[in-house]
Design a protein around this ligand. Sequence first.
Ligand SMILES: Cc1cc2nc3c(=O)[nH]c(=O)nc-3n(C[C@H](O)[C@H](O)[C@H](O)COP(=O)(O)OP(=O)(O)OC[C@H]3O[C@@H](n4cnc5c(N)ncnc54)[C@H](O)[C@@H]3O)c2cc1C
Length: 456
Amino acid sequence: MAETSYDCIVIGSGPGGYVAAIRAAQLGKKTAVIERDKVGGRCLNYACIPAKAVLRSADLLSEIREADEYGLKVSGVEVDYAAIQARREKVVSTLTSGVGGLFKKNGIDLIEGDASLTADGDVRVGEQTIGAETVILATGSVARSIPGVEFGGRVIGTEEAWALSELPGRLVVVGAGASGAEIASGFARLGSDVLLFEALERVLPTEDADISRLAERGLKKQGMKIFTNTLVQGVRSAEKSVTFSYADESGEADYLVIAAGRGPDVQGLGLTEAGVQLDDSGLVEVDGAMRTSMKGVYAIGDLTAGPALAHKASDEGIIAVEDSAGLKTHPISYVDIPRATFCTPNVGSFGLTEAQAREQGYDVVVGKVPYGAVGGGIVYGDRTGLVKLVGESKYGELLGGHIVGARATELIQELVNVRALEGGFAEVARTIHGHPTLSEAVMEAGRAADGWLIHG
Ligand SMILES: Cc1cc2nc3c(=O)[nH]c(=O)nc-3n(C[C@H](O)[C@H](O)[C@H](O)COP(=O)(O)OP(=O)(O)OC[C@H]3O[C@@H](n4cnc5c(N)ncnc54)[C@H](O)[C@@H]3O)c2cc1C
């Protein structure tokens, strides 16, 4: 029997959970969030935000190193790694206290503790049972290792990598997806000797092949060694270093980071007992409105299928809450979620790659424009960036957008918005863009797809 009750209980306070809770409170629901660790979830405390805070320092360092190209003589530049870490902590605490403030402002109760579902659909925290009309599971994900290797000692996950208290002299990164590429790019520029390994044939293997190629070229310029089609094996963590083997070689490093993906954090949530169904990969099964198999229980974010991204989690949180409040919602189109990788060069994309569009049988049209074709690319010093649009020829539909280069993670949003508003590449081509901006390269890629590229 529940001792207290709420209209909406959210388990987990990451970008899925805290956004869901605020939306529920806005809709007049008496809401509580249960968090066993820190407010803001992994995203704010250990993952997205700390990663980008450290990368910002690396990016600034890169710019300072190129300053003489812009007529600026800068000398005596040093990396103060402790200060970089202190800034990371400050950025995190600013944002997490902001979330705490939003909870207060919206009258949301924060309950500290480890929550689980009961068979009746109530929520248990410690000795307390709390009733709720709606429960939103937003417990996120945990790092997964590679076969035969366990985390521990000098074998660390991506979250630990960004929080290392000393700048590692030698760093091995296993997995060249978004997180692995970011870590390799950040630490290589701050001064670590980095080896980046990828089991598949290219870095950022889920991105369009043209984008991967340019990203790899950019990463190599930062001094790291990249091994694709290569498995890392025989990993042994010792007190002062970690040893490993690959191909016919063996190596030693200060730390080995495994960036090989994540799995849903469902341990101890009581899902099986409560009858919440999981799919074959252990993710919580949901419909388009994020409803699980148990009435009144929703699941969002890294717990469910689709890309493991913070903004996906937040959007699903809004869908779940609005559905529970009886509002009309619509399922997310997962392929159209913007994907952002904050290594240098930046990568932003959405939708289908050229290869995927061809496989799916579209009559594909491609518009490709290097940043150097427009004034902004030359003025701001990135000629090598590339915008690539993938469209279909009959209706001019925008199937995918792929950008590598400065500010790609910001530039991609325009294409996502155009598609969401049912525009195609012709609309991108004919929308007036400010001058001189990098976004003019996006417009020119629209023109290239439409067959009338002006600059190029
Ligand atoms: C290193 C790294 C960098 C990343 N960078 C980006 C990026 O730049 N952009 C991006 O979009 N995504 C990024 N991601 C992915 C992003 O962090 C996740 O997609 C996002 O955090 C998922 O949000 P969530 O709300 O589902 O869960 P989380 O952020 O994981 O939060 C879940 C919360 O639930 C709590 N919890 C778990 N179980 C319980 C329980 N039983 N009771 C109470 N509380 C519980 C946890 O303590 C945690 O605080 C990154 C991931 C990593 C690892």
